[in-house]
Design a binder for this molecule. Sequence first.
Ligand code: GRF
Length: 210
Amino acid sequence: MPTSGPPSRLAVLVSGSGSNLQALLDATAADPGFGGEVVVVGTDREDAGGLARARDAGVATVVQPFTDHAERSDFERALLADLAPFEPDAVVLAGFMRILSSTFLSAWPDRVLNTHPSLLPAFRGAHAVREALDHGVKVTGCTVHLVDEQVDHGPIVAQEPVPVRDDDTVTSLHRRIQTVEHRLLPTCVAALCQGRLHLDGRHVRLTPPG
Ligand code: GRF
């Protein structure tokens, strides 16, 4: 599906409230030079709050419940088929809580981005904020990375720290991390769409906007 130049047609996958999707929708609408637009929002959950955000923005949605499928690969193939008519040339995982294998990822080599609420490689997985808090770290943060076949593992595009406060709860800490994600994720997606994201092995270099 990817074209030879930088991507411009974004599929965004969500499972939850979709605040990162909203940040992306707002960023693409605000900046004529962003270089990409969200052409479809996909989800594994019929109750994902992100669906309403997509509809409000006039963006097409597809729902592919994970639980409709006996095998992960069946789910991934069904999701691929749902997205295909929109011809996305990059995918953004914005709070998408399903692991994706090469069945899905091979359709967009080095063009699937994820945002994760920790400073990877610390605290991979679905409970990163709670685990950081439980571990007693003083600084956590967020990471935007390219997705490979291992969970929260692919090449790191950008990271930003968020200090942990003595009185933080999972909710308060996650809220502050998300505030940073809402800026960092669109910045990284814009870099991808503007051809400013350069990959060399595990190393990503972002060149400044021209
Ligand atoms: C984000 O913090 C993301 O890093 C994590 O799930 C959260 C999704 O939030 N994987 P939202 O649905 O974008 O509000």
